[in-house]
Ligand binder design. Structure first.
Ligand code: CO
Ligand code: CO
Length: 326
C-alpha cells in the first residue's frame, strides 16, 4: 500500500500497551519484536506479493528472500517460516510446486525450514512467507535509532522495480533482467552477518517504498535528516536509461510524490530520472545501514568478505529532511 495511506489507517488502531512488545507498529519498522525472556525475543514478519518474474521457481525464491530479509534488517536470526499463498484454480500443479520449491530452497539457504502455511484460491497468484526469528533484546536494530553523523550504506543496487516493469512490457529481454534477478534472489544474510563488531545504529531493508521512502522512515524515527549523493548510490545496469524513457512502475511514481511531500529536496543538478530511480519500489532490496563513522570501513570490509558490496551513499544529519546531492 501507499506509505501515506498505510500510516493514516494504522494511526486509528488501538494502541499497543504490552510491555513485552519491544517493536510494534508505531515506528514503521521491518518486523515486530516480542520479548519472551530478558535474553530472548521473537522477531516476526510477513510479506507476500504477486509474481514479478515469469519463472515460477525464481518467483518463489525472490519472495522468500524478500520475506526473510525483514528479520535480517532487525539484526535477528531467522529460525522458521510459514508459507502464505493464493493460486488460481486452473493453475498447473507443477507451476505451484515450482513456486513452493523456490521458496523452500531459498529458506534452506537461510538455514531455516518452511514448517507450514496456508493457501487460498484467487485469480491472481500470490506467495510469500511469515518468518520467525530470534534476537537478544539489547541487540535489536531498529530503523529509528540512527544518530547525526552516522554513515549511510546500501548493500544492493537499485532499479528492480523499473527493470521488472520493463521486462513485463517487453522493453528489455531476459538477459537484461538477469542482474536484477540475481540481486533479488540474494539473501541479506551476508549483509546482516557483517554487522558483527560494528557500531550499527539503525538498519532497514529497501523494499516497496524505495530508498527515499525507507530512508524517510529512518530519519523520521530518529528526528533527524539525511544527505545522500545520487552518484554514489549503486544502480542496476539499464535502469537509468529506462527511467529516462519513463518506463517506471506506478508505485515508484507514488513513492517519489510522497518523498517530495515529506521533505525530500533534490539539488538542481540531479537529473529527473535519478529522482525516480532513488524512489524506485524495490523487491528484495538491500539493507540500508546507519553506522558510526569510525566503523563504516570495518562494515564495508566485513560485507566484502561475505561477497556483499556495501556502498557509502551519505550521512545522517541533525537538520530534518532529506537532501539529495548530485
Ligand atoms: Co523491511
Ligand atoms: Co516487509
Amino acid at each position: 500500500m501507499d506509505a501515506g495511506v498505510l500510516a493514516q489507517v494504522l494511526r486509528d488502531l488501538p494502541p499497543i500497551d504490552d510491555p513485552n512488545v519491544l517493536v510494534g507498529t508505531s515506528t514503521a519498522d521491518d518486523a515486530g519484536v516480542y520479548r519472551l525472556r530478558d535474553d530472548l525475543a521473537l522477531v516476526q514478519t510477513v510479506d507476500f506479493f504477486t509474481p514479478i518474474v515469469d519463472d515460477p521457481y525464481t518467483f518463489g525464491a525472490i519472495a522468500a528472500a524478500n520475506s526473510i530479509s525483514d528479520v535480517y534488517a532487525m539484526g535477528g536470526r531467522p529460525i522458521s517460516a510459514l508459507a502464505i499463498a493464493a493460486f488460481p484454480e486452473a493453475m498447473d500443479p507443477q507451476t505451484i510446486g515450482a513456486i513452493l520449491r523456490g521458496g523452500a530452497e531459498k529458506a534452506r539457504e537461510a538455514g531455516i525450514n518452511i514448517i507450514g502455511g496456508h493457501t487460498i484460491k484467487d485469480d491472481e497468484p500470490k506467495y510469500g512467507l511469515a518468518v520467525t526469528g530470534v534476537i537478544h533484546p539489547e541487540r535489536i536494530l531498529r530503523n529509528s535509532t540512527a544518530q547525526p553523523g552516522d554513515v549511510l550504506l546500501l548493500t544492493k543496487p537499485l532499479g528492480t522495480g523499473i527493470l521488472t516493469t520493463a521486462r513485463r512490457s517487453d522493453r528489455i529481454d531476459d538477459a537484461a533482467l538477469a542482474e536484477a534477478i540475481s540481486a533479488m534472489v540474494t539473501l541479506n544474510r551476508g549483509a546482516a552477518e557483517a554487522f558483527e563488531h560494528c557500531a550499527i545504529h539503525a538498519a532497514t531493508d529497501v523494499t516497496g517504498f524505495g530508498l527515499l521512502g525507507h530512508l524517510r522512515e529512518m530519519v523520521a524515527g530518529a528526528r533527524a535528516g539525511a544527505e545522500i549523493h545520487a552518484h554514489r548510490v549503486p544502480y542496476l545496469a539499464g535502469a537509468l536509461e529506462l527511467a529516462r524513457e519513463n518506463v517506471v512502475p506506478g508505485g515508484t511514481k507514488t513513492n517519489l510524490r510522497n518523498a517530495l511531500e515529506t521533505g525530500t529536496r533534490f539539488d538542481g543538478d540531479v537529473e529527473a530520472a535519478l529522482h525516480l530511480l532513488l524512489a524506485d519500489a524495490q523487491t528484495s532490496g538491500g539493507l540500508l545501514v546507519a553506522v558510526a563513522p569510525a566503523d563504516a570501513m570495518r562494515y564495508v570490509q566485513q560485507a566484502a568478505a561475505r561477497g556483499v558490496r556495501a556502498a557509502e551513499i551519505g550521512v545522517i544529519t541533525s537538520e530534518p529532511g532529506i537532501r539529495v546531492r548530485a
